[in-house]
Design a protein around this ligand. Structure first.
Ligand code: MG
Ligand code: MG
Length: 262
């Protein structure tokens, strides 16, 4: 059953989601060639705890990281470790926090140094597809309208839309009903109701939509080894329209200072 939230509850989810946004910005400040994904993970954990939050992913079904760090052909759920980030990498950083008992969840694919133009285009289109989906979060629409908007924008550019992993409702739990696929049919699925809070998170591959499950039990990679991108916002249906509770404002300010614009 979908748990609709009150305005007060949505404000609490906003606080959690904004802390995620600030954490992503802190990650962007420290990500550079030569640093390991584990180093970045430690920075994120300290930052979250210093701000009164708890990393939501750490310990979740035994996951060891505060972040999921997924590099290049890794789609999602990469485990922070000894991998040294290189110039030209794209690093998908997914972060969740618990603050006052409420979850926030957001992700951003960060380009490091000189990234190939065609990979930057993948990032841009994936982020655009997220906002195309968010636009469809409106009173009277159905979940399939959100899914279809994401899928059609990504596929228009010839990209593969990952089927195995989906967005989700969020609140007192990291994952709540409904599932939010990044593919679907317009007019299908549950009607979107006031107080709905969902994490929308397109995972878009430059090549095939097919993915592989790595033997570490977590990491998902593209089947053809081509790059993948992942952007995620926590979004509420409030006053009949979409209200983005997380924020890319701070991370994009940091990237802008580094002369990176997606
Ligand atoms: Mg996430
Ligand atoms: Mg999520």
């Amino acid at each position: 059953m979908i748990q609709l939230k009150t305005q007060e509850e949505i404000e609490l989810i906003r606080q959690s989601s904004l802390l995620v946004g600030k954490t992503l910005a802190e990650v962007a400040r420290h990500i550079r060639p030569g640093v390991t994904t584990l180093h970045i993970d430690g920075i994120a954990e300290t930052f979250i705890r210093d701000h009164g939050g708890v990393p939501a992913f750490k310990g979740f079904h035994g996951f060891t990281g505060t972040l999921c760090t997924s590099v290049n052909a890794e789609v999602v759920h990469g485990i922070p470790g000894k991998y040294e980030i290189k110039d030209g990498d794209v690093v998908s950083v997914d972060c969740g926090v618990i603050l006052n008992g409420w979850y926030g969840d957001s992700a951003y694919t960060i380009p490091v140094g000189e990234v190939k133009p065609e990979v930057l285009t993948l990032l841009r289109v994936t982020k655009e597809s997220l906002y195309k989906g968010i636009e469809k979060v409106a009173a009277g629409n159905r979940l399939g309208d959100v899914s279809e908007a994401i899928q059609s924008h990504a596929e228009k550019h010839g990209y593969g839309v990952v089927r195995e992993l989906v967005g989700h409702g969020i609140g007192r739990n990291l994952h709540e009903p409904p599932e939010v696929p990044n593919f679907g049919r317009r007019g299908s699925g549950p009607k979107l109701a006031e107080g709905l809070v969902i994490a929308i998170e397109p995972m878009i591959n430059m090549g095939t939509k097919s993915v592989r499950h790595e033997r570490d039990g977590w990491t998902i990679t593209t089947a053809d080894g081509k790059p993948s991108a992942h952007y995620e916002h926590t979004v509420a249906l409030l006053g009949g329209k979409a209200e983005i509770l997380s924020s890319f404002e701070e991370i994009e300010q940091v990237l802008k200072e580094q002369k990176i614009e997606i």
